[in-house]
Design a protein around this ligand. Sequence first.
Ligand code: SOE
Length: 394
Amino acid sequence: MGASVLGVGMVGYAFMGAAHSHAWRSAARFFDLPLTPELTALCGRNRAAVDAAADRMGWASVETDWRALLRRDDIALVDVCTPGDTHAEIAIAALAAGKHVLCEKPLANSVAEAREMAAAAAHAAERGVRSMVGFSYRRVPALALARRLVARGRIGEVRHVRASYQQDWLVDPEAPLVWRLRREAAGSGALGDIGAHIVDMAQYLTGDRLTGVCALTETFVKERPLPVGAAAGGLAAGGVSAERGAVTVDDAALFLGRFAGGALASFEATRFATGRKNALRIELSGSLGALAFDLESMNELAYYDNTEDPETAGFRRILATEPTHPYVHAWWPPGHLLGYEHTFTHQVADLVSDIAADRDPTPSFADGLNVQLVLDAVARSADGGGAWQPIGSE
Ligand code: SOE
């Protein structure tokens, strides 16, 4: 390898911590990177648990206070994999300490926090300190290909965006009240967790921005048993106690939107789509064609060419596993599929390359702020009986 080292300190070690650890371990072994990431320190409050996680995921040392990461000269980047209520404090302090930052999505739990983070990131960038928000689905090869096709005009003028993100891990009313179900920790429910992904994806694929939305949200199950032990994590279905607590976030959000360029959009983010496990689905209808994607078939992109002879026209399947497709060259021969974890490795490869090239990574904290502004408009609309809400200014 030989390239100089990029020492990483990661805060949090649950589901996202595991996915990011895999990415930090693998990126330089599959992509030619100008810097070699090193898993220098893993941070978590519970010493025994973070020791075990560091052993399991390959981190060289542990800290129990994230502020210690900022004081270490062997750490150049802080990776924030914690619940949303700690993103702003950690990321802003890390940037001020001259550390690059990768922050999981959504950027923050409020527009106010996201604004502070975006301002801190812009200020840090003047000193060559870089930051990225982890909308990792932009790095699914089929979706990066879709972006390339739209940008090249292959589907013409986009008229419709139809986006949904369907999961069903909360259909059981006895699933525990994990932190994602408490407003003070998560900021919102399905809206901020998976709705953020489809808002970012819709804006990424179209290269356009939403100007306004109207929305409905619902909390179907109003109270749940309190978790015990590991179940206090994100999706863990571990043990539950006899005590119960109130669900203080949305279980589902449905909203309509209008893009600056005139396209109309529909969005659905729900954890109650029985039988749908992780189905991020997005379809773009254009004047010259259409594209459709389903994360549960993540190596495939459906493409309709409206300029083709009607005799033979139809949606066809592009298997996005050719070496010419984004990121695929680093992996396997055509037809040998990629998975969810590869998107995190692609995210790290791009972030490390941008840092080495003194370039601002995307999606930026400003992109993350824009998503937060859309989420906030959705929440205001839902709270206001579904009235149309403009998207606030960045
Ligand atoms: C839970 O909804 C979750 O883990 C999200 O938080 C992730 O961002 C998504 O990639 C998978 O589902």
